[in-house]
Design a binder for this molecule. Structure first.
Ligand code: 8X3
Length: 254
């Protein structure tokens, strides 16, 4: 069966853990890359690794005006985006809901949801016009299973899942595919960001176990993106074998 090969891939949050691995996989496949990040140094460093054509998009993903400006100024050579990986985002804090920082909550919603729908809305019309494209949203197992301290992070990823599925409903007949990729625990700078730079605390998350790697997640994205055109992976939930399910807690008194 004929595999699909995207020609031009836009990756948000490309300088992050997953982002770099996505960029590597799609560069290896020979795709043109549009790499988004907010640190010029990190973006330059990443872009320099690849021999495929790269266009850099430097802006804070939560800055609406900057996003619109930068997307509108994508050069002609890169304008036929046929794979968008909405990867930018993350978690902030793991405190109980009644103690969590309200600004962290607002920022998570902005990064994980508001920015993701903006980016999607900006890129989608071109895909529909060309009747070609695929959006891979980076969801999370946190969007499927709540956990203590997860509150807004879990909710923001549940949003991404339902948004992805609802997009499919609207995209019927357009040939455009949508996938929600839902990784469980993966060892990346995710936890350092969640714990605001506390590397010791972040290291405890990954201590004495085997987590997913960014490459595992990028390989799953590559599988979805290169599947034959008639096949849409709606949702792909992956966990390290070391992660599983526990019983729901029950309060007991006396
Ligand atoms: C990351 C997975 O379990 O740390 O999205 O929330 S988890």
């Amino acid at each position: 069966m004929q595999k699909y090969k995207p020609d031009c891939v836009l990756i948000t949050g490309a300088t992050g853990g997953f982002g770099q691995a996505f960029a590597q996989n799609f560069a290896d496949l020979g795709c043109k890359l549009i790499l988004h990040g907010r640190s010029p140094e990190k973006l330059d460093e990443l872009a320099a690794k690849f021999s495929v054509p790269v266009h850099k998009l430097l802006f804070d993903v939560t800055d609406k005006e900057a996003m619109i400006r930068k997307i509108e100024s994508i050069p002609e050579e890169f304008s036929d985006i046929d794979l968008l990986i909405n990867n930018a985002g993350g978690a902030l804090g793991l405190d109980k809901a009644y103690e969590a920082d309200l600004e962290d909550w607002e920022q998570m919603i902005e990064m994980n949801d508001t920015s993701l729908v903006r980016m999607t809305r900006l890129i989608l019309p071109g895909m529909v016009k060309r009747q070609r494209g695929h959006i891979i949203n980076i969801g999370s197992t946190a969007g499927n299973y709540p956990y203590p301290g997860g509150h807004v992070y879990c909710a923001s990823k549940a949003f991404v899942k339902q948004f992805s599925l609802a997009l499919r409903a609207d995209l019927a007949g357009t040939k455009i595919r949508v996938t929600n990729l839902e990784p469980g625990q993966a060892e990346t700078p995710f936890s350092v960001a969640r714990f605001k730079g506390n590397t010791e605390k972040a290291a405890t998350v990954y201590a004495n176990t085997i987590s997913l790697t960014a490459e595992d997640v990028a390989n799953a994205a590559l599988f979805a993106a290169t599947s034959p055109e008639h096949m849409n992976i709606n949702r792909m939930e992956i966990m390290p074998t070391t992660q599983s399910f526990g019983p729901l807690p029950v309060e007991r008194h006396g």
